[in-house]
Design a binder for this molecule. Sequence first.
Ligand code: AFP
Length: 357
Amino acid sequence: MIELEAALAANLADAHPDVQRVLIDTLSVMAQACARIGEIASQGMLAQAHGWAGTHNSQGEQQKRLDLLADDCMRDALTACPHVAGWASEELENAQASPHHGQTGPLLVVYDPLDGSSNIEANISIGTIFSILPHRYRGANPGDADFMQPGHQQVAAGYVLYGPATLMVLTCRRGVLVFTLDKRAGMESARWVLTQDQVSIPIATREFAINASNQRFWEKPIQRYIAECVAGENGPRMKDFNMRWVASMVAEVHRIMTRGGVFLYPRDTREPIKPGRLRLMYEAAPMALLVQEAGGRAVNGTSELLDLIPDVLHQKVPVILGSKDEIDRIVNYHADPHENVSWQLFKTRSLFVQPQA
Ligand code: AFP
């Protein structure tokens, strides 16, 4: 079995030895932190990890106990890592400079410590998402502005899925690797082992994931795309589609990594100043890099997510990603915004209207 460090060394064989060392060390430290988060999550109520913490993050969202425990695990790990100059967490208002390595570390880390918080008490899959960026202005502690780099600058990105198995899915821009946390010899000697090399997302799919309760707020291109999927073999797509929604982006993206599909959290009209629910830096950009490295595509409807330059640390964006053929189609629908939705489809077969006998 190939363990994390050896697998990364092989994956980064063409990189400069210094780059190799820095990335392997940093990813190993983060992998350990995620193993710890997974352990706490798996203990649930036994670890007092369920329920509200009674606090809010900078976005005004209520925090769960596990959000905070996971954030602590990541922060402690990153503080000890000499290569990390600073980090930005979905749970913190501002970026933090490393107290010891702020001026010297070559890397910045951005992370969502606990994705899918609403699933915690229901014991449904949750995850951690992270992104690694270069620290370009060494000699000074990084501030918020240093983190606001477009996603295509990422040197690595990944997520950890705390599901029936604990999996880490990583890219160092040389394809996508999957590691499984091997706990068979006990948690003390748990290790990450490579279980899949070079993940490839099928180019075509018959499966989509969207929170259909927001349908009335979607723009026309998304109305049209979903209506056509739901119309199935009777509609213009002439094939039936399946739908899934886990409410944890990590779980949705991992399903797409394993069997293809489309995930949409599109722009909606509820809060026009927040065009979307997901954060560009903590969720959209790292997932976009992973999806692209696996042969898929990730857009906001009209532009590649990796090209977007953040204006603020917690910026939200529409996210549409997955199997390439479907994403190409959705981008084409956005390029033709005046095309009317086929409302007829909604009358006969809709997410909410019973099909006529
Ligand atoms: P939380 O971690 O704040 O619960 O959010 C998870 C998430 O950002 C993403 O993982 C899901 O796709 C999405 O929210 C689910 O949102 P809905 O509440 O619309 O199901």
